[in-house]
Design a binder for this molecule. Structure first.
Ligand SMILES: *Cc1c(COP(=O)(O)O)cnc(C)c1O
Length: 399
């Protein structure tokens, strides 16, 4: 590829790190919802849940919530995690994965990730197990599936519950099966603005266990036995309801679900575009002093969802990660870092008391990583700008 393409090294307009892809279909569905008179949890939410469960297949139930954070909280609550329990989480994740363990008075136990996949491994889980360990939350980092067969088998051997943090992993395949249908206790997806599909804010708890689904459904709406929709739309007098647990206010609105219904119809097209952008990056950046992200093991039927495209600078790169981010920003390109490992944040340092030296893979990755723009609204020209800027910066040319 030609490194000197001055027209592509323009610094404007600024290319954001991420943007949602909202079309006229979503707008029309939201308008219809607003005109319908039903704006909170109701018919659109039910449609979104049944469409989502149908997309995944495998006999799962889908229960919507107003964020993945809420969904993770409710899944662990339904599994009975509480004070004194330990829950193993990877250090290479967003703080939500650990904070929900604290909501329940339990302790997150941070584990290092694999240096290639940046995913939690069965070995790391095995090493972190104590008599108090009750559950593990694997995160399918960037959209790359964890080795779930190995994780589910170590969990089964130690009677641990498994809740998958699939915030990045829709639609990820693991050995020809969609994440969400792999047989863990529950899987939680995120529809935050920058995820592979969005409802503005939102999440979905997916499970094959009817009792778990029922508990989450009740606890997302104050611990009321019957939801507001069936109360207010029943044609017989239905003022009576019973609160049977001190629940939460975690329900998704129909306004958000209206966006989700239309986003879900586009998810295969979104995935195709993400796959193409990832393949373009792999082809155009392969000769630079970078470690490119691991792809899924396609031969075994796995598939990356490409929520993130995380590159790492090799030791022989002539620039630091921080300097590269600044340079790209000067060239009008937004990037990010996923993630500052949890063990580095003040709150988790205080709560978990762990030394950085206990997380060599996460430390080495964090020091050299950055996430490139990768989203469906990026044009081919946008991507060429990113590639040109990287090539020019890493090959030491002035631009
Ligand atoms: C985005 C994210 C979450 C939280 O999702 P919300 O829907 O914003 O609550 C949880 N875990 C990971 C790994 C994430 O990236």
């Amino acid at each position: 590829m030609n490194d000197r393409a001055p027209d592509l090294l323009t610094t404007t307009p600024f290319l954001p790190f991420a943007l949602p892809d909202i079309g006229e279909e979503e707008i029309a569905e939201v308008v219809a919802c607003l005109r319908s008179g039903w704006v909170t949890t109701g018919p659109k939410t039910r449609q979104f849940e049944s469409d989502f469960a149908a997309y995944l297949g495998g006999g799962v139930e889908a229960v919507s919530v107003n964020s993945a954070t809420a969904g993770l909280h409710l899944a662990l609550e339904a599994l009975g995690i509480g004070a004194g329990d330990e829950v193993i989480v990877p250090t290479m994740t967003f703080t939500a994965t650990a904070e929900i363990v604290r909501y329940l008075g339990a302790s997150p136990i941070l584990a290092d990730v694999d240096g290639t996949t940046l995913n939690l491994t069965a070995d790391a889980i095995q090493a972190a197990i104590t008599p108090r360990t009750k559950a593990v939350i694997p995160v399918h980092y960037a959209g790359l599936p964890c080795d779930m067969d190995a994780i589910l088998s170590v969990a089964a051997a130690h009677n641990l519950r498994v809740v998958e943090d699939a915030a990045h992993a829709f639609p990820t395949l693991y050995r020809s099966q969609l994440v969400g249908t792999l047989g863990s206790d529950a899987t939680v997806f995120s529809f935050y603005a920058n995820k592979t599909m969005t409802t503005g804010e939102g999440g979905m708890v997916v499970t094959r266990a009817p009792e778990l689904a029922a508990r989450v459904r009740m606890m997302r709406i104050h611990g009321i036995r019957q939801d507001a929709f069936s109360r207010y739309t029943a044609t017989t007098p239905s003022w009576f309801y019973e609160v049977v647990a001190a629940g939460y206010k975690y329900n998704l609105t129909d306004i958000a679900a209206a966006i989700g219904v239309q986003q879900l119809r586009k998810i295969d097209a979104f995935l195709k575009r993400r796959q193409l952008l990832a393949a373009n990056y792999a082809e155009a950046l392969g000769d630079l002093p970078l470690v490119l992200p691991a792809d899924a093991d396609i031969a075994s039927g796995s598939r990356h969802a490409w929520h993130l495209y995380v590159i790492r600078l090799r030791d022989d790169a002539a620039i630091s990660r921080d300097a590269l981010i600044s340079r790209l920003c000067e060239l009008g390109i937004g990037t990010s870092v996923h993630f500052i490992p949890l063990h580095r944040h003040p709150v988790w340092r205080t709560i978990c008391h762990r030394a950085t030296s206990e997380f060599p893979a996460a430390e080495a990755s964090f020091a050299s990583m950055l996430s490139l723009p990768l989203y469906t609204r990026m044009s081919d020209a946008d991507q060429r700008r990113v590639i040109m800027a990287l090539r020019a910066t890493l090959s030491g040319q002035m631009v």
